[in-house]
Design a protein around this ligand. Structure first.
Ligand code: ADP
Ligand code: MG
Length: 412
C-alpha cells in the first residue's frame, strides 16, 4: 500500500488498461509484462507512425515494439523519444519504465528526460529504477528522479503492481454501480417508534420482540417466531408455528446463546419443549428470562449480514459466510451504505467461498436474489435510522428458493 501510494500521490489515473513499456534491460521487462497482464492490463502494438519515428531515433540494436527496448547503451535522447512517442499514441494509457543505471551512460541525463516528460502529467508513469544507491554518482541520479516526482521502485514487480493499482482505481471509480434501490413498502415511522421505545427503556440492545418487529417493518424475512414465558406458552407457540421448532433462552444478558446451551434445535413435540424450557430455567437465572420459540429451518446455508456505524463515514454493511464459525472463517466483505444492487451482487461474488453459494458436490445453490434483497433492505434500514450502531443478522438461513433471518441483534 505504501509503494502504491507513491504512484497515487504523483500520477494521474490512467484512462484505460493499455500500457507501453520502455526498458533498457530484458529480464525486468518480461517480469513487468507478466505482472501488468495479471493486473488486467494489455500491451498494444505500436502504430506504423510511432514505429517510423522510433526507427529514426533509436539505436540500431533497439527493439521497436512494445516493450520498446532502448538497450543498455540507450541515453537520455533515446528514452525521451520513446516517451514522446508513447505519450502521443492514442492506444496507450500509461507508461512503465525500466531504468537500470548502466555505468556507460549518462544516467543523470536519462533521469532529467524522464522527469521532464513526467512533469507534463499527460499519462501516468511508473519507473522500476534499479541502481546502486551507495555509489555517489547514482545518488545524484536518484535525487533527480525523486525531486522530479517520478514514482521509483526497486523491483519490476513492485512498479508494475503500483501501475496495476492505478488502473484498478480507474476501474473501480468509473464502473456503473447504479442507484440504491428505495423499497416503498417499508414502514419507517413504525421502525422509528420501536427504536424510541427501546431508548426510553434505557436499552442499548433491542429486545428480541423489538428486533424482529423492526425487521418486519423493513420487509426483511424472518423465521416465524413467538415469545413465551412458560412451558405452556412455549407449547402453544410451537403448535401455532408448527413443529419442529427451536427454543432459545432470551434475556438481555445472553449474547452468544449457543455457547451457553441457550439454543435447542429440532424440537418435535410438547414433551421435548418441556424438558428444554425446564432446563434453561434452571441454568439461566436471569430475571428477564423468556423463551424465544422459532420455526426450525434445517439444511440452509448459514450467511451473515451486518451493519456497523463508523464515525464520519456512515454505516458499513457486511456480508459473508455466517453461523457460529463466523469469527473463525472471517470470510466477509464490507461496503459503505447505501449499497446498490450491483454492489450487493459483488458482495456475494467477492467472498472467498463464493462457490459455496453456487452449491458444491451435489448440494443445491442458494437463492441469491433473496439475499441481495435482504442486503439492500438492510442498507435502507440503517440509512433511514442512523442511530443504529450495530446490527447482526447471523445466521440468515439461505435455501434454494428463499432466505430467512433466524438470529438478529440490534445495538442503538
Ligand atoms: P447465537 O448466535 O446466540 O449462538 P443463534 O440463534 O444464531 O444463537 O443459533 C446458533 C445456531 O443454531 C445457528 O448458527 C444455527 O446453526 C442454529 N439455529 C438457530 N436457529 C435456527 C433455526 N430456526 N433453524 C435452524 N437452525 C437454527
Ligand atoms: Mg447467531
Amino acid at each position: 500500500m505504501c509503494q502504491t501510494s507513491m504512484a497515487f500521490a504523483t500520477q494521474p489515473i490512467p484512462k484505460g488498461n493499455r500500457v507501453g513499456i520502455i526498458t533498457n534491460t530484458g529480464g525486468p521487462a518480461v517480469i513487468a509484462t507478466d505482472e501488468l497482464v495479471s493486473a488486467g492490463m494489455v500491451l498494444p502494438l505500436l502504430s506504423e507512425k510511432a514505429k517510423a519515428i522510433l526507427t529514426e531515433t533509436m539505436l540500431p540494436e533497439a527493439s521497436i515494439n512494445n516493450p520498446i527496448d532502448v538497450v543498455a547503451t540507450g541515453g537520455g535522447q533515446h528514452f525521451r523519444s520513446a516517451l514522446d512517442v508513447l505519450m502521443n499514441e492514442d492506444t496507450i494509457d500509461s507508461i512503465y519504465i525500466n531504468f537500470v543505471t548502466a555505468p556507460f551512460t549518462d544516467t543523470d541525463e536519462v533521469a532529467r528526460q524522464i522527469v521532464e516528460v513526467n512533469k507534463m502529467h499527460k499519462k501516468p508513469i511508473v519507473c522500476n529504477f534499479m541502481t546502486n544507491q551507495s555509489m555517489e554518482r547514482y545518488q545524484i541520479t536518484t535525487k533527480i528522479m525523486k525531486d522530479g516526482g517520478v514514482p521509483c521502485y526497486a523491483f519490476p514487480t513492485t512498479a508494475a503492481k503500483a501501475l496495476g493499482a492505478l488502473y484498478k482505481y480507474h476501474q473501480v471509480s468509473t464502473r456503473n454501480i447504479g442507484e440504491a434501490k428505495i423499497f416503498t413498502d417499508v414502514k419507517k415511522e413504525n421502525a422509528l417508534a420501536i427504536i424510541n421505545e427501546a431508548k426510553k427503556e434505557g436499552k442499548t440492545f433491542l429486545s428480541s420482540t423489538q428486533v424482529y418487529n423492526l425487521l418486519a417493518q423493513y420487509g426483511i424475512p424472518v423465521a416465524d417466531w413467538r415469545i413465551a414465558n412458560s412451558v405452556d406458552d412455549a407449547v402453544k407457540a410451537a403448535t401455532e408455528i408448527v413443529f419442529p421448532v427451536v427454543v432459545k433462552a432470551d434475556a438481555e444478558s445472553l449474547v452468544h446463546k449457543s455457547d451457553m446451551g441457550g439454543v435447542a434445535i429440532n424440537l418435535k413435540n410438547a414433551e421435548e419443549i418441556r424438558v428444554v424450557v425446564e432446563n434453561m430455567k434452571a441454568k439461566f437465572n436471569a430475571p428477564d428470562l423468556k423463551f424465544f420459540i422459532q420455526k426450525f429451518l434445517p439444511g440452509g446455508r448459514e450467511l451473515i449480514a451486518g451493519v456497523s456505524a463508523k464515525k464520519d463515514l456512515g454505516h458499513l454493511i457486511m456480508f459473508g459466510i455466517g453461523g457460529i464459525y463466523v469469527e473463525v472463517l472471517k470470510d466477509v466483505i464490507f461496503k459503505i451504505a447505501p449499497v446498490t444492487e450491483v454492489e450487493a451482487n459483488e458482495m456475494l461474488s467477492n467472498i472467498k467461498t463464493a462457490k459455496l453459494l453456487e452449491g458444491v458436490r451435489g448440494e443445491k445453490g442458494i437463492d441469491k436474489a433473496s439475499v441481495i434483497e435482504i442486503i439492500q433492505r438492510l442498507s435502507q434500514l440503517v440509512c433511514d435510522l442512523p442511530m443504529i450502531q450495530e446490527m447482526d443478522l447471523n445466521p440468515i438461513m439461505a435455501f434454494e428458493d428463499k432466505a430467512f433471518v433466524v438470529d438478529a441483534r440490534i445495538k442503538i
